[in-house]
Design a protein around this ligand. Structure first.
Ligand code: ADP
Ligand code: ASP
Ligand code: MG
Length: 456
């Protein structure tokens, strides 16, 4: 069996979903399980609608609800024949009636909890999985819908729930086995439920993670992530338009890229696949003939020192300086305990004896963190920064990589540098405004010549 996951851009219209149906039909012999994201940018719209509703903008919230409904109606009715119209109408009217009630509830209470936001956000995948299953049936694929909320079990950290892995694997494999190999299971990514059956989500971009969990649960022979680019590229093509596809990359490299902002893969995706040694493919649903990227367990021989450069915009740098005596121990522990207490993940760290600089990408709790740091430190905060992260297994053994990186960026003010831990990445912080120039300069330095065995 294989798992095929289709992202929002692969499902943005009736035409896109028909293209997906053709791709799936071509792989029926491999017994695919299908994981789908919300259609197009529906999740962004659902978030905006929930925020409007809870902040007193009822008219705006209801307008967004109407436009979501119109979009789903228009695209889905174009996908099914006369015989399926009634079933489709029931699906749409039930989902939009329930969602409308939640929106009215949010307007009435004027508050948006992580739990109610997950309830709203889940409608993207709840709708898309039902619509895709019906569309597949209309394209001659024996599709059966499976509600992921019955199979993927998580903790109750709404908005960023963590799967309870053993329970999830047991349920997913049993539920898919019950449906049987003659059918194509279609399930929503991103959505799940806690042990009490309350809807949770795995965090933005989490459908990739669902695909990997499902793949590991059923012991799939491959996990395919179908998206809108030709695979993992040497840089985000939105930043560097002449980025090149990478044919093969290791799990370690892919994990670093995802963690440092390459949106093409959700950072948690690698773990389940890597544990079960299942290759992950990144493929383009608009160009299914393109070879794509294969992510494998072993390191990939390559004459280039880097495989790719990841970029993460909109991060905040926090500089913390001890006001106590030099060499006092326990300083780092005290600092990180505070970040931990406010559930704020730290991405990059650089330290000297009395000061620490670190980066965070979620500054929602930063003022509370600063208030706790202030009694024993001097804190300064720089917003609107970006991380550029050069990634490649070869960094480990190649002398002079840092010199080449900094040489390429000699006209740019580098705010922070970090190389360590995994030995396969080198991270630098620049301002948001410098990001695209810095990315282009690094790309030129490292990818003007390319190993033809690794790069397309
Ligand atoms: P999907 O809707 O299929 O989940 P995403 O938008 O989440 O798609 O991810 C695909 C996008 O990731 C691409 O359009 C591209 O802009 C972005 N991206 C960022 N870094 C990279 C990279 N190194 N290689 C490929 N794509 C990248
Ligand atoms: N639809 C969700 C999101 O936009 C999950 C995903 O697409 O992976 O974040
Ligand atoms: Mg995605």
């Amino acid at each position: 069996m294989i798992v095929m996951k289709f992202g929002g851009s692969s499902l943005e219209s009736a035409a896109a979903i028909s293209r997906v149906a053709r791709i799936v039909r071509g792989r029926l012999a491999r017994h695919p399980v299908i994981v789908v994201s919300a259609m197009g940018k529906s999740t962004n719209l659902l978030f905006a609608m929930a925020e409007d509703a809870a902040s007193g903008k009822r008219t705006e919230a209801l307008a967004r609800l109407r436009s979501l409904e119109e979009f789903h109606r228009r695209e889905s009715f174009a996908l099914v024949s006369e015989a399926s119209r009634h079933e489709l109408e029931v699906i749409l009217s039930e989902h939009f009636r329930d969602l409308g009630e939640i929106v009215e509830g949010l307007c009435a209470v004027g508050e948006l909890t992580p739990r109610s936001l997950d309830a709203v956000a889940s409608y993207g995948e709840r709708l898309s999985s039902r619509i895709v299953a019906l569309a597949f049936q209309n394209h001659g694929i024996p599709a059966v819908h499976l509600d992921s909320r019955n199979s993927i079990v998580t903790n109750s950290r709404f908005g960023q729930a963590a799967p309870i892995v053993s329970e999830t694997y047991a349920r997913v494999s049993a539920d898919i086995a019950d449906i049987g190999e003659d059918h194509v299971v279609v399930m929503g990514g991103y959505i799940a439920a806690n042990a009490e059956g309350v809807t949770t989500t795995l965090g933005r971009g989490g459908s990739d993670f669902t695909a990997s969990l499902v793949g590991a649960a059923i012991g799939a022979e491959a996990i395919e992530i179908w998206t809108d680019v030709d695979g993992v590229l040497t840089c985000d093509p939105k930043l560097v338009p002449d980025a090149h596809p990478v044919k093969t990359i290791s799990f370690g490299e892919a994990a670093e890229l995802a963690y440092f902002g390459a949106k093409v893969l959700h950072p948690s995706t690698v773990l389940p696949a890597r544990e079960k040694n299942i290759p992950v493919w990144i493929l383009n649903s608009r160009r299914p003939e393109a070879p794509g990227t294969k992510i494998v367990s072993e390191s990939v021989p390559c004459t280039n020192v880097l495989k790719s450069v990841a970029c993460k915009r909109g991060i905040t740098v926090v500089h913390i300086r001890s006001t106590r005596m030099l060499g006092a121990h326990g300083f780092l522990r005290r600092i990180f305990e505070i970040f931990d207490r406010y559930e704020t993940a730290v991405d990059m760290v650089a330290t000297s004896e009395v000061s620490v600089s670190l980066t965070i990408d979620n500054d929602a709790r930063l003022s509370e963190i600063c208030a706790e740091l202030e009694p024993f430190t001097e804190v300064s905060v720089e917003e609107n920064q970006a991380i550029l992260c050069a990634v490649g297994d070869n960094i480990r053994e190649t002398p002079g990589v840092a010199a080449r990186v900094l040489g390429a960026l000699k006209c740019i003010n580098v705010r922070m540098i970090s190389q360590g831990a995994s030995l396969l990445n080198l991270g630098i912080v620049v301002t948001n405004a410098d990001l695209s120039g810095a990315a282009a300069a690094l790309h030129r330095e490292f990818f003007t010549e390319r190993d033809p065995a690794v790069f397309g």
